[in-house]
Ligand binder design. Structure first.
Ligand code: ADP
Ligand code: MG
Length: 507
């Protein structure tokens, strides 16, 4: 079979991180092909290589069977590729048609032929059912219309293959339906669409085939009609490791965390809130797991609880209201937090282990006297934690930026547990961690529960949620849509809930 677009062994590294690892993509002509995966799976990296914005380290790109070398996006455009980026690249002060023809203006006697340019853009918009006023200034247009302008731009340059990178992320539900109609019309016109998303229902609704990426690798390739939500979720999140954690039933005590009607508004007006009226309660001595496909509001929920993001609603920690307080004040009220993004929020790469293990406690009387840091006490503290948590590190003076993912995670976890707060929020605690370290981290979380602390666990790993949670809350499109006892949940059941298919579960 001759593919319209194919990649073989496409690899892109950023330092030690392999953003795309030998990716084989196969897209047939005239189909809508989903490139799906969680945040950070490598979707945008792959698209940048296809559009000539990023040079692959290894591997090949083939268009209709011919290997091509794309030195720039101009090369890609010349070969019939078009791309609509996550962030639009339009000139606010120019009109729609001026934006569309920019850089490829029709000329007459060396001058821009304004009338014919405008008419051509108008005709193009009509032909593709893109309802846009071509004379309007871009600054006056909504996000949904701007996106159409970007699509027009690509069509004006005669794109046979159109790449849309998370095009629905910025759209209202109505705008999204409009976009889907446009995409279907483009497919009927014989064009090929690469549709990048992390949203499962969009894949099911719109696409003909799907390539799933996980941690930079292709984890599945299937025809949409022949697969189901469950299989896609497993490909997106699943790890083959079987994680069973030894633990006794929970004995929950007093309420530690209460969240009432928490709401994080959408970044664009009219779109769904990122966190939509979430209420939950967590008691001492229990692990509550939040299950969901990444991108359904779990990060925003945690940011709202930890104070990293403004939100409406009320939050009580240990009986104190903490809504509206700073991150530091919330920590002081008894909140430990192992963030998803350890490299950014969790630790500074340039920090030594001593500093990383102390973060936030520099002024603690145990480590400073009269404002002067007690180096010996800090080093001893670091050595204790390194030993207790089996952190593989040369010395406590080593910079944490040199550690492997698993060891870095142990550093963050050690620091947060040492904080001895009644609430521990653990977000994707084993992402990127090797199997050996996973077990140790899981055991720590259970021990934390058994000491009478409350643990709020967010994980895209079904097996992790199932293995650790006493209660499971399922988040979907910003809402909690189900709660079930950990002991009764199955992977099958959770998979359907995570896809938002509550009806099928009820039946
Ligand atoms: N320019 C860059 N420099 C360093 N790391 C990058 C760069 N671009 C992407 N990455 C990393 O590569 C991985 C894949 O990112 P990306 O392709 O944007 O994922 P996705 O689009 O699926 O969310 C992430 O870990 C991201 O942090
Ligand atoms: Mg992306």
């Amino acid at each position: 079979m001759q593919w319209e677009l194919e990649t073989t062994g496409l690899t892109k590294r950023y330092g030690r991180l392999v953003a795309n690892d030998a990716v084989d993509l196969r897209v047939a002509a005239g189909e809508v092909h989903a490139v799906m995966g969680e945040n950070g799976a490598g979707k945008s990296t792959l698209m940048s290589m296809l559009y000539g914005l990023t040079r692959p380290d290894e591997g090949a790109i083939l268009l209709r069977g011919q290997q091509v070398r794309l030195a720039s996006s101009l090369d890609a455009i010349a070969r019939g590729l078009g791309m609509v980026h996550q962030a639009f690249k339009l000139f606010e002060d120019l009109t729609v048609w001026e934006n569309v023809v920019y850089g490829a203006e029709p000329r007459r006697f060396g001058f821009l032929d304004r009338r014919s340019a405008c008419t051509r853009v108008q005709e193009l918009a009509q032909r593709h059912h893109l309802a846009v006023d071509v004379r309007a200034r871009v600054r006056d247009l909504s996000v949904g219309i701007r996106q159409r302008v970007e699509i027009l731009k690509a069509l004006y340059r005669d794109a046979r293959i159109l790449i849309l990178d998370e095009p629905t992320a910025v759209l209202t539900p109505q705008e999204r339906d409009g976009l889907f109609a446009i995409i279907r019309a483009l497919r009927a016109d014989g064009r090929t669409i690469l549709f990048v998303t992390h949203k499962l229902h969009e894949v099911m609704e719109l696409t003909d085939s799907v390539t799933v990426l996980r941690q930079g690798r292709v984890s599945a390739r299937m025809r949409t009609a022949e697969t189901d939500a469950d299989a896609i979720i497993r490909a997106m999140t699943g790890r083959s490791v079987n994680l069973s954690v030894a633990r006794s039933p929970a004995t929950p005590g007093a309420e530690i965390l209460r969240v009432e009607a928490l709401r994080v508004p959408a970044p664009v007006r009219g779109a769904k809130p990122l966190v939509d009226d979430i209420s939950l309660s967590l008691r001492a001595g229990e692990i509550v797991g939040i299950a969901g496909v990444a991108g359904n509001g779990q990060s925003e929920l945690i940011e709202a609880i930890t104070g990293l993001r403004a939100a409406e609603g009320r939050i009580h920690l240990n009986g104190q209201e903490i809504s509206g307080r700073s991150v530091a004040a919330r920590r002081a009220a008894g909140m430990a937090y192992v963030p998803e993004d350890r490299a950014l929020t969790g630790t500074a790469a340039g920090a030594r282990a001593t500093e990383a293990l102390l973060m936030g406690r520099q002024h603690d009387p145990a480590f400073a006297r009269h404002g002067v840091q007690d180096g010996a006490a800090i080093a001893a503290h670091a050595r204790d934690l390194i030993q207790a948590h089996d952190i593989r590190i040369t010395s406590e003076r080593t910079r944490v930026g040199t550690l492997s993912g698993g060891n870095l995670q142990k550093v963050v976890l050690a620091r947060e547990l040492d904080f001895d707060a009644p609430l521990l929020i653990a977000e994707q605690p084993t992402r990127g961690v090797d199997v050996g370290a996973i077990e140790a981290i899981h055991a720590r979380l259970v021990a934390e529960r058994d000491r009478g602390h409350g643990v709020l666990l967010v994980s895209a790993e079904l097996s992790e949620i199932l293995g650790l949670s006493d209660r499971i809350l399922v988040i979907y499109e910003g809402r909690l849509i189900a709660e079930l006892p950990g002991a009764e949940a199955t992977e099958q059941h959770l998979g359907l809930l995570m896809a938002g298919r509550t009806q099928e579960v009820a039946r």
